[in-house]
Design a protein around this ligand. Structure first.
Ligand code: NAI
Ligand code: MG
Length: 359
């Protein structure tokens, strides 16, 4: 067989980002070592993040976008540290990468794992399998607004933070969600808005959703307000399959989803440019977790799951399945970090996943 070589840009970032990216790399390198030369990952690490900011005054190198865009994929940890304001670190690295690489679809599956008890104990884990599809290019994170215009000073400041919804932006993420629903056992798309209160952008979203849905008569649909959807995640989780939502709403709902699955440390995510003009970026949903960083105890499952999403996007579905099966086997065996009730370290879990790659 011909050897397949993938060039991956690793961007560990801050806090537990370094620990979980190391875990994911270890799993992928084990896959490659086991492939008899059929598969190879060539890693280049970019030391961007809050330490880089302290050294240089910028979260990433000026020519960073040019340097990463030729890679097959980006593998990202997390960004953010108490030394830098969060909006500076997030905009300076993660949002800068996603937006300039036109990764307009953010796919966030929620898997319920054997051996991990989430708050939804009564639910049958077989029923629970969602993907949150997040609009990743506009909406509430468009960055439009301003502060302190009109010359008002401290104590009387005014700030405006606008959300931008374009018909094209809504339509492409919805078509993406419907196409994804067609690949799943349950063909259903739930659209989330707050169009009762936000009468411009979110009403446009609803209208586009109704129009796109008409092209997919084989897919069940519903439109749910975001507050009701938060309740539905908890109360009727078996009723969901693909959930499509704006940048902000999907950000919140995907954290809720991963907490319901047992921990924020479990959730994986893929930032995709579906036209494939740019590489995708694969990262756990969680942040840099300063409260537990450096202790070797963070959960690597979200980052390893993100590596599996990367494999699938690179055209390696069998390898992706193998990694996901190995994660399930390690969890079922009880090798769990403390956020999900165990005593295992990051390294223990990673080693158990690597062991189960051979199952
Ligand atoms: P966080 O996700 O870092 O942590 C929230 C809670 O989840 C903490 O109790 C943490 O210990 C726990 N947690 C997170 N990841 C875990 C893991 N792998 N294993 C076990 N437990 C885990 O969110 P927080 O505290 O709001 O933000 C911390 C920093 O991360 C901030 O600077 C924030 O801006 C940044 N952040 C970055 C993101 C990204 O790079 N994509 C996403 C979210 C936050
Ligand atoms: Mg988030």
């Amino acid at each position: 067989t011909q050897s397949r070589r993938f060039r991956i840009a690793a961007i560990p970032g801050d806090g537990v980002g370094a620990e979980v990216v190391a875990a994911g790399r270890q799993v992928l390198d084990a896959l490659a070592a086991d492939s008899g030369g059929a598969l190879e990952f060539a890693w280049t690490e970019f030391p961007w993040g809050c330490d880089h900011y302290a050294r240089t005054g910028a979260m990433m190198d000026d020519d960073g976008l040019e340097r990463v865009r030729g890679f097959d994929a980006l593998y990202f940890g997390a960004v953010g540290w108490p030394t830098v304001p969060d909006h500076v670190s997030l905009w300076g690295l993660r949002l800068r990468l996603c937006q300039n690489l036109d990764q307009w679809a953010n796919v966030r599956p929620v898997h319920f794992l054997p051996g991990v008890a989430g708050p939804l104990r009564a639910a049958d884990t077989e029923d629970l399998d969602w993907v949150v599809v997040r609009e990743n290019s506009e909406g509430e994170y468009g960055g439009f607004g301003g502060r302190n215009f009109s010359g008002r000073g401290p104590g009387a400041e005014v700030a405006v933070q606008s959300a931008v919804f374009t018909e094209a932006g809504c339509e492409r993420i919805m078509r993406f969600a419907f196409d994804l629903a067609r690949t799943r056992a349950r063909r259903k798309v739930s659209s989330v808005t707050k169009s009762n209160a936000q009468q411009y952008g979110m009403v446009l979203w609803d209208e586009v959703f109704a129009r796109v849905a008409a092209d997919y008569p084989d897919v069940e649909t519903e439109s749910v307000l975001v507050d009701a959807m938060a309740a539905k995640f908890v109360l009727r989780p078996q009723d969901l399959s693909v959930v499509v939502a704006s940048n902000l709403h999907a950000d919140i709902l995907s954290d809720l989803g991963s907490a319901l699955a047992g921990s924020l440390g479990l959730a994986a995510s893929a930032n995709l440019n579906p036209e494939r003009r740019f590489p995708g970026m694969f990262e756990p949903v969680h942040g840099s977790a300063p409260d537990i960083a450096g202790q070797g105890v963070c959960n690597p499952v979200g980052a390893i799951g993100s590596a599996a999403l990367m494999l699938r996007h690179l055209g390696l579905p069998a390898e992706a399945d193998r990694v996901e099966r190995a994660v399930r086997a390690a969890c079922a065996q009880g090798v769990l970090t403390r956020d999900v009730g165990g005593t295992a370290t990051t390294k223990d879990v990673t080693a158990a996943v690597v062991d189960h790659l051979g199952d």
